[in-house]
Design a protein around this ligand. Structure first.
Ligand code: MTE
Ligand code: MO
Length: 450
């Protein structure tokens, strides 16, 4: 069921005629390689501007997914819709995060600075021809246009401040420990910026399903399908994930068309996306075009094979999908965004620190602590130095850390949420084969001069 569909007015693929330069570039790349027949993977050159990717291992991240998706139109939208200094984590599929300090300047992230995580290309969808199809185990399947969804006499509007966090956030720390799964397309080497917060406007998915007569008996999950496609092992899939009805029922799944009062940028899912509060970003399907009532979680690879969390004992020899837990709620975590690793800081007894703290599953940070000595002595960040408490969003924090030392310091942060959860002490304690959910205390080394 996940094969790609062509619809009038939709372009999942690049129109090569429009991009003669890219076509040439791709042809040149293809000419240089000796592919098995039919070609499954090609290499894409790295952009030279990439500040964090170096070396052979990271070149492998660019094993792209097939002709037509090899170099797509993403770059155009990166230039149009994102800040010029985004850190490009993967060129294709496009993945990028904003510079660290700017991300914690505002409680609500500017659209231009919101991280981007894609598995394939960016589909171009004509909003006038767009409709959302509600099918599967629902009593009255329906097709709804954007105008239907935006008709307030049919559906009340809902706006929520919600953080989206990719479960790959801070993966680079796990890679440095041990690289684990070699699935480069999935495992982008994120830093601390694969998280962002927006005011999303749309309708609650529950209202839409009720409008379709509700789910049929036995349906316990809802599948969300994106119009983008990606190749895997010779097959073409739609981006597809599912969420349990239990989550939909409490109005924690929003079908959003606005991000901070503006229409969704194309790169973030125009014209319609799901926003699933407190879950990993992966469930918030972009370019949403179909929703299905289903009995069990979807068999689609994003749901069943990716975004699995393995215990640290699972490695190359014994990793089976059935051994992994499907990641849903994000655990409590935090990061120091300023200063940065290896900064030299001249201080007069205090070092100014800033960062974010977040907890998924409807929990929120209640206490943030920082340490200047690798975690022996902790100082609490004062209440008034934490930003607004939202149920589904991060809190930014800042702190003047008392310091009298001179020399190398290990600064770290840990957060407690309202369910009294806190973070594992070291990266090693929570290392896992697929390198997801790096939620250990975030540590950086700086040199202090007083
Ligand atoms: N939806 C579609 N259709 N295709 C995708 O590749 N990536 C998911 C999710 N929704 C994805 C998607 C992942 S893994 C994340 S973390 C979030 O989108 C990122 O949302 P953003 O790019 O708007 O920040
Ligand atoms: Mo993600």
């Amino acid at each position: 069921p996940h094969f790609e569909e062509e619809r009038e007015g939709w372009k999942g693929y690049i129109e090569w005629e429009k991009y003669p330069e890219k076509k040439k570039q791709v042809e040149k790349i293809l000419a240089g390689y000796d592919f098995p027949d039919p070609p499954e993977f090609q290499l894409v050159p790295l952009p030279d501007t990439n500040p964090i990717l170096t070396g052979e291992r990271f070149k492998q991240y660019h094993q792209a997914t097939g002709l037509g998706h090899l170099v797509d139109i993403s770059w155009e939208y990166v230039l149009k819709e994102k800040s010029p200094d985004m850190i490009h984590v993967l060129q294709f599929p496009y993945n990028g995060e904003p510079p660290r300090d700017r991300l914690v300047e505002t409680e609500i992230t500017n659209n231009k600075d919101h991280f981007v995580r894609n598995h394939g290309g960016i589909p171009e969808i004509d909003p006038d021809k767009f409709f959302l199809e509600i099918t599967g185990l629902v009593n009255n399947p329906k097709k709804l246009t954007l105008a239907d969804l935006q008709n307030e006499s049919l559906f009340p509007r809902q706006t929520n401040v919600v953080s989206l966090q990719c479960s790959g956030t801070r993966r680079i720390e796990q890679i440095h420990e041990y690289p684990g799964d070699g699935d480069e397309l999935i495992n982008a080497p994120w830093g601390e910026g694969a998280i962002g917060t927006a005011r999303w406007t749309g309708v609650s998915l529950k209202k839409v399903i009720k409008h379709c007569g509700g789910l049929k008996d036995g349906a316990q999950h809802v599948e969300l399908l994106g119009a983008d496609t990606y190749f895997k092992k010779g097959k073409v899939y739609n981006y597809s994930v599912s969420v349990p009805w239990r989550k939909v029922k409490v109005h924690e799944v929003l079908l959003a068309w606005e991000m901070n009062g503006e229409p969704l940028p194309k790169i973030h899912g125009f014209p319609l996306r799901a926003v699933v509060f407190g879950y990993i970003g992966a469930r918030s399907a972009k370019w949403l075009y179909e929703i299905r009532g289903i009995r069990d979680p979807t068999e689609a690879p994003v749901q069943r094979k990716e975004y699995l969390y393995y215990t640290p004992q699972v490695g190359k020899q014994n990793n089976l999908f059935s051994n992994g837990f499907s990641i849903q709620d994000m655990p409590v975590s935090s990061a120091i965004m300023s200063p940065r690793e290896k900064d030299v800081i001249v201080h007069e007894g205090k070092i100014k620190m800033r960062g974010w703290a977040y907890s998924g599953g409807g929990h929120w940070p209640i206490r943030v602590e920082v340490s200047g000595d690798g975690g022996s002595i902790w100082y609490e960040v004062p209440w008034d130095k934490l930003t607004t408490k939202y149920y589904y969003a991060w809190r930014l924090w800042e702190m003047e850390l008392p310091v009298d030392a001179e020399g190398w310091l290990e600064l770290c942060v840990r957060t407690w949420d309202n369910a009294l959860n806190t973070q594992p002490t070291f990266v090693r304690s929570a290392w896992n084969w697929d390198l997801h959910v790096t939620s250990s205390c975030h540590r950086i080394k700086v040199y202090s001069v007083n």
